[in-house]
Design a protein around this ligand. Sequence first.
Ligand SMILES: *Cc1c(COP(=O)(O)O)cnc(C)c1O
Length: 401
Amino acid sequence: MTELLTAPARTGATRPEEVIRAAEDLLHRGPPGMRQVINATGVLLHGNLGRAVLSGPARRAIVDVSGGVDLEYDLARGRRGPRGASALAALAAAVPAAGAVHVVNNNAAALVLAATALAAGRDLVISRRELVEAGDGIRLPDLLASTGARIVEVGDTADATLADYAGAVWSGTGLILRIHGGTSPPRVDPAALAALGVPVVVDIGTGLLAPEPALPGLPDADTALRAGASLVTGSGDKLLGGPQSGLLLGRRRVVEQLRRHPLARALRVDKLTLAGLEATLRHPPSPVVEALRHTVADLDARAARILRLLTAAGVDATGEEAEATVGGGAAAGVRLPSRAIGLPRRLAGPLRRHQPAVVGRVRGGRLLLDLRSVPGDLDGALISAVLDAARSAPAAGAGGN
Ligand SMILES: *Cc1c(COP(=O)(O)O)cnc(C)c1O
């Protein structure tokens, strides 16, 4: 109680509403640790909200391997075995064009490993446009330079031509890096780059292993490898919908070179990641892919049901047209038609402090809860959170307590 009285002062709150909010924060903080959040922002892969929501099978697999497990042990022979063999086999099976696969902590780590093993002390050739577009957020130029590779930018901010690449490649070139972050396709065909005689590494970001019908035109690993890439890198927790991880798929010789590099030991993933990734691969579709594939009719039906229950309880709730995005730095610019529940803006704070928390976005003075980023099995939890929030923050003059 003393803490409750002194905490507002310690946060520097002075105005009455700030003091009340600081005290409320303390009351609602609940047990320490990360809090569960229902992502109603309409951003499917929200970096601040843990990116991909894992599937039921992935969650169960992570719990199952939490104890002792044959991570690096051959139970049939009773001796050491290859690490994470079944997870890597599942990944290889999903990308037939890959001769070998490897998994590290995230896509940034995959790029660092590729640049270090293939281009430290050598040239890393990259189009200026791609370096600028992808630099945002992950500080890619600095990250690549930290590996000891010499970054050679070619072309201009519009794009690089085959002649630009050919003019930069010599015996001191370690690799050509393509970063497929944006939606505009690159001007130069990967097969033509592969003919220049140095490894072509394609960072597809999204982690899509095969073309996704709901997002035509987005790059995927299998297509990039068939088009001549030596190595593809991508994130495991973007459109694949798995745990945070970096996927490396490509020619056997190149992947082996990376896997055997001393740095690989510092970037290796744990049993929880391997288990979650394997279950995600073996039991599609992941919640992220389901969210991509929802039709507007599905979302309308969910919105109608939620609205019926909320309005029956006296909540000022409306159905709203909305636009969802993929987010997570992947597939920038892709927009998906969506439906949202509109609520009075004053519910935003109570919903964020609820357990589980609900995070939406404000548009035109209303709080929007976008249903495309909310897994369908959480509609019930969403409804009870809104009812709790409406009870705790009644409209001015509505006579609540
Ligand atoms: C997201 C992204 C990265 C960084 O991936 P992490 O898994 O967050 O490390 C790198 N390149 C591209 C093109 C991306 O979209």
